[in-house]
Design a protein around this ligand. Structure first.
Ligand code: PBG
Length: 329
């Protein structure tokens, strides 16, 4: 008798395919990144991210309500800081009445149950567009960690549920955890960008926040002395295990699609939830190809999202979150 096993039986129709599918996408998988600007009535499209917007706080309220009604219950906040408030040390980031601090309160006001995560990094506040404080042309690690710790406490005071360091300094998770504990914020979580690569896929995000490294003498042109080299794999596991030792509750791999081998390595190596950030360039690539009629937007989006989860993502930070959830119906 031949063949004993016919694998196509489990693919014969949609019902059986649904029955045996291993990876199911739900609204609970997503963390929605949001870009926030000063002003009133502002909803401006980001040029390199079609159909993705920066919101002023008043319009952020509607957006939050809409996300909640779609079943999207976690957001990740980023702010676009006006140029005149940028410096080398990120002083504005600690302003209790700064844009981020007001944004946290705005979200919690309109939707108290929305999980609020905040970006903890210097670059939106840095006049040099770097994630660290610069001295003599170098990004200084430990002073930056102290700053990030203070920034975390400021976000926790404003009501953030999780603080998320996206900088890749050594030891910043420990500095943040100690600061949060000593200020009494024992319930504030840390989602650490543990394996964050120096990637060209961040381009559109830097447009969105006007946060690209500046082209100036004595200022590093790129982030390669702190973000990881994309040639490396074992280093990602080491970075991630160290972040967990330092107190990270959730760890993250970034970017997504080109790094799914890393996602699986980390998923197999750790016992905390793993997040994956499908970054701006990944979003823009698909939007552009779809606009040209070269790819089926929705089909490719679902395939990519499912691949990220299949690789091991427990949490997916994605600009496609709304599009995906609308499609799920
Ligand atoms: C910087 C930061 C970046 C992103 C999130 N936080 C860009 C960078 O490292 O230069 C990128 C996210 C995206 O591209 O969607 N702290």
């Amino acid at each position: 008798m031949y063949p004993l096993r016919r694998n196509r039986r489990l693919r014969a129709n949609q019902a059986v395919r649904n029955l045996v599918r291993e990876t199911i996408i739900s609204p609970n998988d997503f963390l929605v990144p949001l870009f926030i600007v000063e002003g009133k009535g502002v909803k401006e499209e980001i040029a390199s991210m079609p159909n993705y917007f920066r919101y002023s706080l008043d319009l952020l309220e509607n957006e939050i309500k809409q996300l909640w009604s779609l079943g999207l219950k976690s957001v990740l906040l980023f702010v676009k800081v006006p140029d005149h408030l940028k410096d080398n040390a990120g002083k504005e980031a600690l302003n209790p009445d700064g844009l981020m601090q007001r944004a946290i309160k705005t979200v919690k006001n309109v939707c108290p149950d929305m999980l609020v995560m905040t970006d903890v990094a210097l670059d939106p506040y840095s006049k040099y567009g770097h994630d660290g404080i610069i001295e003599n042309g170098k990004i200084v690690n430990d002073i930056t960690c102290n700053f990030l710790a203070e920034m975390s406490v400021s976000h926790a005071k404003a009501g953030a549920d999780f603080v998320t360091p996206s900088d890749m300094m050594d030891g910043r998770v420990l500095a943040m955890r100690e600061a949060l504990e000593s200020e009494g914020f024992t319930d504030t979580g840390i989602m650490s960008y543990s394996a964050k690569y120096a990637s060209a896929f961040y381009g559109p995000f830097r447009d969105a926040l006007d946060s690209a490294p500046v082209d100036m003498q004595d200022i590093p042109k790129d982030k390669k002395t702190y973000q990881m080299d994309y040639g490396n794999r074992t280093e990602a596991v080491r970075e991630t295990l160290m972040d967990i030792d330092e107190g990270a509750d959730i760890v993250m791999v970034k970017p997504g699609l080109c790094y799914l081998d890393i996602v699986r390595d980390i998923k197999n190596a750790v016992d905390v939830p793993v997040a994956v950030y499908q970054v701006s360039g990944e979003y823009s690539m698909l939007k552009a190809a779809a606009q040209k009629g070269w790819l089926d937007h929705d089909a490719v989006m679902m395939e990519q999202t499912t691949a990220i989860k299949r690789a091991g993502a427990d949490v997916i930070a994605s600009y496609f979150a709304k599009d995906v959830v609308k499609l799920l119906g």
